[in-house]
Design a protein around this ligand. Structure first.
Ligand code: HPA
Length: 271
């Protein structure tokens, strides 16, 4: 990816709207309906933005929505590219660099996950405090956009943004536990033995997204936060077989709180 690639994508978006977003949001399972909350939305299909991905996963739309929520200018990515689709950890690099170039200094990521933590079950929401990159891949491998790829990951999930989210949830009347998200490539779900390994390593959640994006956001110097809606107990921890249909169905259990939380978060963001 070159700076020119990013400029082309930015131009394709800017010529369609005057909105200059300051917060980028990646809508994962459970947060899709947030799209309905955008005031005066302009939708740009990924197909009309050079370098944006073609999506293949059911339930992910493939559009960028620009407008405002709670008075904050936002850019919502309706749908993301996952590593498991083509084995490409760099698939989201250009969209993220484009959001940054458009003016998004803040990035809110979201996903669905399976929970190991006792206090988390279907429909619960957690804020990601840290992650374990169990896959080991990085969006920075083979990426020549940066001179310095040796990115500090100590505070990949911005402590100030996490605090705002936790406070906002408290005001709304629900707990928002911090969790360690463990990244698996997928698309198959984990085995019970893998989940026991994650428990020993200190993971609270497992999922198949977000980590490459958090790494790349860090490399771009964006402030990132991530919310996870739990759709199931992790493999081997319940009687129910895991499926994508279950993920999509149970993500809905957290949607209402996710929406209210994102509103409260945007309202509370310092100017
Ligand atoms: N594992 C991985 N990804 C997931 C899960 C899970 O149990 N649930 C939702 N996304």
């Amino acid at each position: 990816m070159t700076p020119e690639d990013v400029t082309k994508a930015v131009d394709a978006i800017s010529k369609r709207t005057d909105v200059r977003p300051t917060v980028g949001v990646i809508l994962g399972s459970g947060l899709g309906p947030l799209a309905e909350d955008v005031v005066d939305p302009i939708a740009v299909d990924y197909a009309d933005i050079p370098g944006f991905p073609t999506l293949t996963v059911a339930g992910h739309a493939g559009r960028l929505l620009l407008g405002t929520i709670a008075g904050v200018s936002v850019a919502l990515m309706q749908g993301r590219k996952h590593y498991y689709e083509k084995g490409d950890a760099r698939a989201m690099n250009l969209p993220l660099a484009t959001l940054k170039a458009l003016g998004c200094e803040t990035l809110l990521l979201s996903n669905a996950s399976g929970a190991l933590a006792q206090n988390l079950g279907p429909g619960d929401i957690a804020v990601i405090g840290d992650h374990i990159n169990y896959v080991g891949v990085s969006p920075l491998i083979g990426e020549d956009y940066f001179d310095d790829k040796f990115v500090d990951m100590a505070e990949a999930y911005d402590p100030a943004l996490r605090a705002i989210l936790i406070q906002a949830a408290e005001k709304l009347g629900f707990a928002l536990p911090e969790a360690v998200y463990t990244y698996f490539a997928g698309p198959q779900f984990e085995t019970p033995a893998e989940i026991r390994a994650v428990a020993a390593l200190g993971g609270d959640l497992v999922g198949m997204s977000t980590v490459p994006e958090a790494i790349f956001a860090r490399a771009l110097g964006m402030r990132a936060a991530a919310l996870s809606v739990v759709t199931n107990k992790a493999a081997g921890m319940s009687e129910t077989a895991l499926s994508h249909a279950q993920t999509q169905e149970n993500a809905k259990l957290g949607t209402d709180r996710m929406r209210r939380l994102v509103h409260a978060f945007l309202e509370a963001l310092p100017g």
